[in-house]
Unconditional design. Structure first.
Length: 442
């Protein structure tokens, strides 16, 4: 029976060499686990026990079991990871290889430091000195690596682009793995221990990992930009389809107005004929029918058809939800902003204003629209009731309250403003949200 102190040393090393890295690899997929949290934790615990037993086997059972134990450990590690995470295979393999490269850097650097500070213990397996150096390096790396994973890589992993990218992106960490492995272990005459004890090898691994993480950063940014572009394209497509629907709606309203006018004229003629008769009941019925018809004064907010269609549509939406809707717009029929852009501009602003008002519980909800030309510039403001709080990204973009990530509607408005050499300003105060846009003629 080995001493208790040695059992503790082996257990401590096995935990430090396993738990932090597996937890870090699972973090980006914490919302995409295949099993419930209870089952996942149980499997995690079972795998931890197996890792400890493998370490004890290598340390306490005579023979050269290190390579076999390492292969079994790696196999079980990968099986658990791919079983527990329900994501694209290439995506999980990318993270697994990335964390494996980091783990190898940590272990080899820890052994190198052990050789410097505890040379007598460095040639022995799983001593407390090795665990101490391993723990020290993990503490140093914990904060920057976790922040990197949280703020840079996890958002990219959570995106769901076409999936084609991840079929090949895993080759990047795989290539780094092959580069450092072949460079360090190509000389057969050197043992793994001798390689780990040489400081130059730790420095080499550190440089390799720094370069790798810079490339991972570029990959993550490209994926996020691609996803943002696709989302904006989808949003603009939806707005274009809405604009078509709005135009069809306006045509239907105009047709209904013409029909209504004919019906009203018919009713008036019949009432005139009936005035000299005795059919009082029929006259009363026709009177009620006439009063039930909507007002025949079709609302027109401005001369610009695209803007008027949007303003008219959201006027009805606001009315349906009991929201006061005030418009003062003087937008000419033809001016320097295209119909597509003016539709997207008002569509995004009014949709956001309507959604915000629908979330408000108090009375007095309102949307106020002002728009018109000032010299060579077009100015538009859409103000609405809003008692919530705004959150911004590090780049100053507004974070959506309806989904994760940037507010696509406000992002589209900003893009349109920049296209016409203008600005977009969004702020809230005193129970109102204020959106202001200014576009300039070239």
């Amino acid at each position: 029976m080995p001493p208790v102190s040695r059992i503790i040393e082996v257990t401590l090393y096995s935990l430090l060499n396993f738990l932090p890295f597996l937890a870090l690899a699972l973090y980006p997929f914490r919302h995409s686990l295949r099993f419930s949290k209870g089952v996942t934790v149980a499997l995690f615990g079972l795998l931890t026990v197996i890792q400890i037993l493998l370490g004890a086997w290598v340390c306490f059972i005579p023979g050269t079991h290190g390579s076999i134990a390492s292969a079994v450990s790696t196999l079980l590690y990968g099986m658990f990871y791919f079983l527990a995470v329900k994501k694209h295979f290439g995506k999980t393999l990318f993270i697994l290889l990335m964390i494996s490269n980091l783990a190898n850097l940590t272990v080899i650097s820890a052994k190198c430091l052990e050789g410097i500070f505890f040379p007598a213990l460095a040639t022995q397996n799983y001593r407390w000195s090795f665990s101490l150096m391993l723990f020290t390096i993990e503490i140093v790396l914990a904060v920057p690596v976790f922040l990197y994973m949280k703020s840079i890589f996890t958002p990219a992993v959570e995106k769901e682009p076409s999936g084609f990218e991840w079929k090949f992106l895993w080759l990047i960490p795989a290539t780094f793995y092959l580069v450092w492995y072949s460079a360090m272990y190509s000389v057969i005459s050197r043992s793994a221990l001798e390689i780990a004890l040489q400081p130059k090898n730790s420095v080499f691994l550190f440089v390799i990992n720094v370069g790798a993480f810079l490339i991972y950063y570029v990959v993550a940014r490209l994926i996020l930009e691609q996803s943002k572009t696709l989302e904006l394209q989808e949003k603009n497509h939806q707005l274009t389809m809405q604009a078509v629907q709005y135009e069809n709606l306006q045509k239907k309203i105009e047709d209904a107005r013409r029909v209504k006018h004919d019906v009203r004229h018919h009713i008036l003629l019949m009432q005139e004929y009936l005035n000299s008769g005795e059919l009082e009941a029929l006259r009363e019925y026709l009177s009620r029918y006439s009063e039930s018809l909507p007002d025949d004064s079709l609302v027109r907010f401005c001369e610009n058809n695209a803007a008027n269609t949007l303003l008219l549509y959201f006027a009805q939406q606001a009315k349906d939800h009991g929201i006061d809707y005030i418009v003062k717009a003087q937008i000419p029929k033809d001016f320097f902003i295209s119909d597509t852009d003016i539709s997207a501009l008002f569509g995004n602003l009014l949709e956001n204003a309507l959604d915000a008002c629908k979330e408000e519980k108090e009375d007095g909800r309102k949307i106020i629209v002002r728009a018109g030309m000032t010299g060579g510039s077009f100015c538009a403001t859409v103000d609405n009731t809003f008692t919530g709080s705004l959150r911004y990204t590090g780049d100053g973009d507004l974070i959506s309250t309806k989904h994760k990530g940037h507010g696509l509607g406000t992002q589209s408005v900003k893009i349109i403003a920049e296209k016409y050499h203008g600005i977009c300003r969004l702020e809230s105060r005193d129970g109102m949200f204020f959106a202001s846009v200014m576009c300039q003629r070239e």
